[in-house]
Write a protein that binds this ligand. Structure first.
Ligand SMILES: [Zn+2]
Length: 258
């Protein structure tokens, strides 16, 4: 009677222990499944985000491609002119000697900028006497998608001082009007850029270029190819940044375009 009772107790305790072990195993197993599920969910969410980003990227490329045809048309017009420039100046930036001269230009330019700043502070009044004649400017690139306009907020302190057209690297950049090349240099922000002085207090800047095809002091006529578009300097993608400066003030380029 006693031994039967003891056996029964043993049997019960075995069953209880068995159930406990089973519960522990089940608990761990379910936790593992939950974790795996959560992890795969996270990965799929990430994938979705990446796909959205990729989709945006391709839409940009797509837009750029759409404008390729019109750009090609310009390249054809410009190519004849490029070949004539190429002989003497196309390799301007590759030539190490010229790189040195470019460095000098940068140094001279920073000196000139300081001098100009000082000058501007002293003869502010003379600036007001400069003629306000509106010169009709030619759009410096053909086609291109507008990606940023004048006055866009870049960050809390900065607004966009030009007009951006997304164009393929290597698209011909033409002078917006007749003028003289006042600056042609490499800067951290503008990359390879050109400043053309059109007289009457009007200047235009062409920035983020891949190539400069003119020299400092050159006289350029409206429509002349002065450089090739690129993605140099502080640029988030291939585009031309075009500025119009009137009486030392940045103004909206669209007000001057034909
Ligand atoms: Zn810009």
């Amino acid at each position: 009677m006693n031994s039967k009772y003891i056996n029964k107790c043993h049997a019960v305790s075995y069953v209880v222990a068995g159930i406990l072990i089973l519960m522990i195993i089940l608990f761990n197993f379910s936790q593992m499944i939950m974790e795996t599920w959560a992890y795969s969910f996270m990965i799929s969410e990430n994938d979705k985000t990446i796909k959205v980003i990729q989709a945006n990227d391709t839409s940009d490329t797509h837009l750029a491609k759409n404008h390729k045809e019109s750009d090609d048309a310009v390249k054809e017009i410009c190519n004849t002119k490029i070949s004539s420039i190429k002989g003497e100046k196309a390799d301007y930036l590759e030539d190490t000697a010229n790189k040195e001269s470019l460095k000098n230009t940068i140094n001279k330019d920073s000196l000139r900028r300081t001098a100009n700043n000082e000058k501007n502070q002293t003869d502010d009044n003379s600036v007001q006497n400069v003629s306000n004649t509106v010169i009709q400017l030619r759009k410096p690139v053909s086609g291109g998608v507008t990606t940023s306009v004048f006055g866009d907020v870049v960050d809390r302190r900065t607004t966009h001082l030009g007009h951006d057209w997304a164009v393929e690297v290597g698209t011909s950049v033409c002078a917006a009007a007749d003028g003289t090349v006042e600056k042609a240099y490499l800067s951290d922000s503008y990359g390879y850029n050109i400043l053309v002085n059109h007289g009457n207090g009007l200047k235009t800047r062409y920035a983020h270029l891949s190539k400069i095809l003119i020299n400092l002091g050159d006289t350029v006529e409206q429509g002349r190819i002065i450089g090739l578009s690129g993605n140099t300097g502080d640029s988030t993608g291939p585009h031309l940044h075009f500025e119009v400066i009137q009486n030392d003030k940045h103004v909206n380029p669209l007000n001057f375009l034909k």
